[in-house]
Design a protein around this ligand. Structure first.
Ligand code: NDP
Length: 419
């Protein structure tokens, strides 16, 4: 029995809410709070007659810590699931600290305004020290470790698919298959087709910021940064087929490098079609991916936010997306002196997700683990004061829950390797 406050009501949230409603023995009371209350009401109306979970809604601006604190005091949740945007991570964490309530999210902090001089100073020092230049990194949230420990509050970071499930796969591989893991290749393949020349599968602003940034990987204790999309490989994905994939910087590399002892190399690859890449390059060349505000006819606008308003809402892609995703990790390492290689992955069908919860597989593969991470915390299995990444807990109950709640996984020995 638990009360959970869910902040944000977009593509990922709507799946997390559907899954909490299916799991009503654990989630007895939900409050859905977001910037636009009508969206919360619409999701409530979709599920309330199909579940015993009691659902209420509220409007909140989660950029304002005081507003989140007031809402927490009113609803008295056991935990807050943050499925708004990474911009809100720190304000919501502050509110959880102030009220002594556990915190779960799916993406690490990044600032909305990357020109903010105070943020930029810290960012530039970090780029120099660490050697990667993505706008997002874990340092901001890891800095809360002591305060969460002292307050006796748990923060579980990154319980989506990647980060999230891929990180739990890593902990599981280490626990059951290896004495030491040497390399991890995380492969994120979306073999789905939505029929639009260009659309993003989750929040366009966050997605385009991520994929247009320089790529980087971890090797021999340091970051190696490369030009965006400059490392390309082809891979034959089980149940999807051959796809081109590109090396990206991705946030779980940072936490896995810290939490998987002895790992020598971690890379992340994502598949993209040629149409997506051509559109993205063109939009980038004309300045539409810029996060710096410009003045337009007397009004200040941020180009990438204006672009978001023009692109299809990821939540609307569900009915038209066909095909499958395949996301997983290839591990190499040693067990009892012998070299071995395994591939752990999940395959998810866009249309099956849509039939079940009304969303495509990208929202599904993130929303299901968001529910599972929250369940791990509220059930007490993963409750430990401090700020933690998912791979720092026992992976077994999470892996069991993935099978039960719609993301079954496969372990394959001696898979095709990535060069
Ligand atoms: P959407 O844009 O669909 O939804 C975001 C929601 O947050 C919207 O409902 C939005 O409100 C709300 N929101 C934005 N700002 C505020 C605010 N200041 N106060 C309150 N609510 C606010 O995004 P997605 O559902 O696609 O993504 C949600 C999160 O999941 C993101 O952090 C994303 O990075 C993460 N993600 C993680 C993945 C993983 O595998 N780990 C994969 C995919 C996504 P409004 O409707 O008014 O705009």
């Amino acid at each position: 029995m638990s009360r959970v406050l869910i902040i944000g009501c977009g593509g990922v949230a709507s799946v997390a809410i559907a899954k909490c409603c299916q799991n009503s023995q654990v989630f007895t009371d939900l409050m859905i709070a977001s910037r636009t209350r009508e969206k919360c009401e619409a999701v409530k109306a979709q599920w309330e007659n199909k579940t015993t979970t009691r659902i209420s809604t509220a409007q909140v601006d989660a950029d304002q810590t005081e507003e989140v604190i007031a809402l927490i005091r009113e609803f008295q949740p056991d935990a807050v699931l943050n499925v708004a945007l990474p911009y809100q991570d720190l304000t919501i964490m502050e509110a959880c600290l102030a009220t002594g309530v556990d915190y779960i999210d799916t993406a690490n902090y990044e600032p909305e305004n990357t020109e903010d001089p105070e943020w930029r100073e810290i960012y530039e020092a970090r780029c120099k020290k660490e050697g990667f230049s993505a706008y997002f990194d874990y340092s901001w949230q890891w800095n809360y470790q002591k305060r969460f420990q002292e307050a006796g509050v748990t923060a579980l970071l990154g319980s989506g698919f990647d980060p999230g499930v891929t990180s739990v796969f890593s902990a599981y591989a280490l626990k059951h298959y290896f004495d030491t893991i040497h390399t991890i290749d995380i492969l994120d393949c979306n073999g789905g087709d939505h029929g639009y020349p260009f659309a993003t599968n989750f929040n366009p602003e966050i997605n385009l910021r991520e994929v247009s940034a320089p790529g980087s990987y971890w090797e021999d204790g340091r970051w190696i940064e490369v030009e965006a999309m400059s490392i390309k490989r082809e891979y034959d994905f089980p149940q999807v087929g051959k796809k081109d994939m590109y090396l990206l910087h991705h946030e779980e590399i940072e936490s896995l490098a810290k939490n998987i002892p002895g790992v020598k190399r971690i890379r992340f690859f994502m598949t993209f079609g040629q149409s997506y890449l051509t559109h993205m390059k063109c939009l980038e060349n004309v300045g539409m991916l810029s996060t710096t505000p410009i003045s337009f006819e007397g009004k200040e606008i941020v180009p990438i936010q204006f672009l978001k308003a023009l692109l299809p809402d990821p939540a609307s892609l569900g009915p038209r997306t066909v095909g499958k995703t395949n996301i997983g990790c290839i591990f190499t390492g040693v067990k009892e002196g012998k070299e071995k290689t395994i591939y752990i992955y999940n395959v998810c069908d866009h249309q099956e997700c849509y039939q079940e919860v009304g969303s495509q597989a990208i929202s599904y593969t993130t929303g299901v683990p968001a529910m599972i991470g929250t369940m791990m915390v509220v059930s007490g299995l993963w409750k430990k004061p401090g700020v933690w990444n998912v791979e720092e807990f026992d992976p077994d109950p999470y892996m069991e829950a993935l099978n039960r709640w719609g993301l079954p996984w496969v372990v394959e020995e001696n898979p095709q390797m990535v060069e």
